[in-house]
Design a protein. Structure first.
Length: 361
């Protein structure tokens, strides 16, 4: 395995202008794929019903990571908190446990300055990460990385030899799996602009910012001096007993808190390389390996956080193991707006007084 690309290597293996990607021999069928409105099944299975209601007959069943073309979006009468259904082949599918995705191939960067890394976002429905060992060679990891997840890239290298991809690979820095890096085809990851880190109202006095969450209505409000500047639906923790080795309840705690730490890309749940639990288990009801969760703002030492969500669109209903699930673009806004301050090269940001948080019923 080679540790870096020369300029000649990059041009030889990549040649990856966006115009050339459609005709690349390692991307078969690219020009035939229609991703105008496609969703990924983000849970074990999803049913399509004859009519857009849970009382209607089941016509077909789709399974995790299958891609489904949507013909139209309709607003029904139920469920009242999230009444949107998708008209798909064979019927109607509720949007709650599917993810809208696209397939957008990227032009890889040609070099990374020594000692630096950059933040990227996956722009294909899913991608299999690979890791390398002298004993086993290249091996695929599960589960895949998913559309909208964010990842630190620390190097450009040669990856496994594959029939359908011969371009450069990005080496991912994962703060949970720091010892064994893994790799993703570079064309699957978009380099995020510096604007995703730009602070919003950084000079506003500490006491004039507040994040409020109402667990009854599943609503989040951000205030500046008593005026609402963000109002949105969220998904909090599901009611239930303790989970995992630490006996942490799945319900979101109530009370007064403050933002303790902010992490742009967080691996929650199990490590790729561990048998037992690692990290925290507060991200999602179904999944325990969730790398690349975007824009986490931690408000307890047990691991409760506000963060972006790429595995459901069921905001307005409890869905998590205790965290506050948000739409990723809104989580990024909150990340930029709330203290502590941050920089675009920081894996985590803490050390100064964080924005106040109040959570109640």
């Amino acid at each position: 395995m080679r540790s870096h690309f020369s300029r000649r290597d990059f041009l030889k293996l990549g040649g990856l202008t966006l115009g050339g990607l459609a005709f690349s021999p390692f991307l078969p069928g690219l020009t035939d794929f229609d991703d105008s409105f496609v969703v990924r099944v983000a849970t074990t299975d999803m049913v399509a019903r004859r009519e857009p209601t849970d009382d209607s007959r089941i016509e077909s069943t789709w399974y995790r990571d299958e891609l489904v073309h949507v013909y139209e979006q309709v607003t029904a009468k139920e469920p009242a908190y999230n009444p949107v259904w998708y008209h798909v082949w064979g019927g109607y599918m509720h949007r709650g446990r599917v993810q809208r995705v696209k397939t957008l191939y990227q032009t890889p960067v040609s070099a990374i300055p020594d000692g630096q890394r950059f933040l990227t976002e996956l722009t294909v429905p899913f991608a299999t990460p690979y890791w390398f060992s002298k004993t086993y060679g290249w091996k695929a990891l599960t589960p895949p990385l998913y559309y909208g997840s964010v990842h630190w890239v620390e190097a450009i290298e040669e990856g496994p030899k594959m029939a359908d991809y011969t371009g450069p690979w990005y080496r991912i820095f994962d703060e949970l799996d720091t010892i064994v890096p893994y790799y993703v085809p570079a064309i699957y990851l978009r380099v995020l602009p510096a604007s995703v880190f730009e602070p919003i109202k950084p000079d506003l006095p500490y006491e004039q910012k507040l994040i409020e969450v109402n667990l009854t209505t599943q609503m989040l409000y951000a205030y500046e001096n008593g005026t609402i500047v963000l109002q949105t639906k969220i998904s909090s923790g599901v009611p239930g007993g303790p989970t995992g080795d630490n006996d942490i309840p799945t319900i979101t705690p109530t009370g007064k808190f403050k933002i303790l730490n902010k992490i742009p890309s967080k691996h929650m749940g199990n490590s790729f390389f561990s048998i037992g639990p690692a990290g925290n288990l507060l991200a999602d009801v179904d999944n325990y390996v969730l790398p690349g969760i975007p824009w986490s703002l931690f408000f307890t030492n047990q691991g409760h956080a506000f963060h972006g969500t790429y595995w459901h669109e069921n905001f307005g209903s409890p869905m998590s193991h205790g965290c506050i699930n948000m739409r990723s673009n809104e989580a990024n806004w909150l990340f930029r707006w709330a203290k502590p301050a941050h920089s675009n090269q920081s894996i985590s940001n803490h050390g100064e007084v964080g924005t106040k948080v109040e959570i109640h019923y």
